[in-house]
Ligand binder design. Sequence first.
Ligand code: AMP
Length: 368
Amino acid sequence: MIKLHDKFFKPYLKEEQILAAIDKMAKEIAEDYKDETPLFVGVLNGAFMFVSDFLKAYQHPCEVSFVRLSSYQGLTSTGIVETLLDVPEEMEGKSVIILEDVVDTGRTLKQLVHLFSNTNVKEFKIGTLFYKSDVYNGEYSIDYVGLEIPDHFIVGYGLDYNELGRNLREVYQLNQTDMINLVLFGKPGAGKGTQAGFLKEKYNLKHISTGDVFRYNIKNGTELGNLAKSYIDKGDLVPDEVTIDMLKAEVEKNPDAAGFIFDGFPRTAAQAEALDNFLESKDMKVNATIALEAEDDILVARLLERGKSSGRSDDQDESKIRNRFDEYNEKTAPLKAYYEEQGKFHSVNGIGEIDEITERLSKVIDSL
Ligand code: AMP
């Protein structure tokens, strides 16, 4: 394990594996281009080491040049791609092969394709050493791939975490084993949101409330908000597909979180399975599911009280509240068995003073 800035990284790919992948790429490209003189364009900074080893493996006539783009800041792809070093001159009639260190969402590629769009090249191909197929948007075809890898944050062999780690000969992956991911479980009104507010401060976690994200979207009139509104107004659940995609996007926005509190998600068996699969793909997992227990009559009274100040339409009408309980009993309650089977289910009395309840929850979290 190595430490760069504040984070730990564990070994992921050995030098031999990387070099073997590069060798394979060089052979594939040679098959297509050995009879001409292609121009390889490396994408700085990340690809400098790859381009160097690639050229050692590609022993046929060729030219080399570089462009420089910058998109990563810390662990998160900001979506802003700046051009720092422009396309080489004199490309007319040449076959250009881009050499990227890693393709993930595809945003950098878009900028690259744009950069070369006004040039008179003969052919334009894209090669990448690492390819995160799970997150790639698929806009352009990738012509040559070294290694397909899952969507883990990696450093080394040219890739950095806030500029550190580029000189490592091997590739390392962010270590997620210290992460705490909690599911707060319970009927509407059980106090999940209130408690998540305290727990996120105490344990430095990112709180994701699917209800809050929906309400934010409704307020801002987004497409997602308009879609969710009709369901929420009736107290029905929003369809799984929509909710799962939204949840994934929220997690993706926080790649450097020390952990997450999922509040109001999962609410169905399909969501619980999707969450497990999604987290596994990122080398993460649910550590515990904690249910806040309280009787229906108390919850109805709490919600009607909340409805007076929150303005939430689904909190102001007892029949809508009862419908939300029905949805819970039918679709969400069975998840107790799902998490019990995994040995992750914990139950906490949700009646009492707020700080008493936080204390009960903390006891469970501290025991993990
Ligand atoms: P909440 O704020 O958690 O009580 O959620 C308010 C409403 O948002 C729910 O009654 C549902 O209509 C919708 N909603 C929130 N989370 C989910 C979810 N995981 N699956 C489906 N619908 C959800």
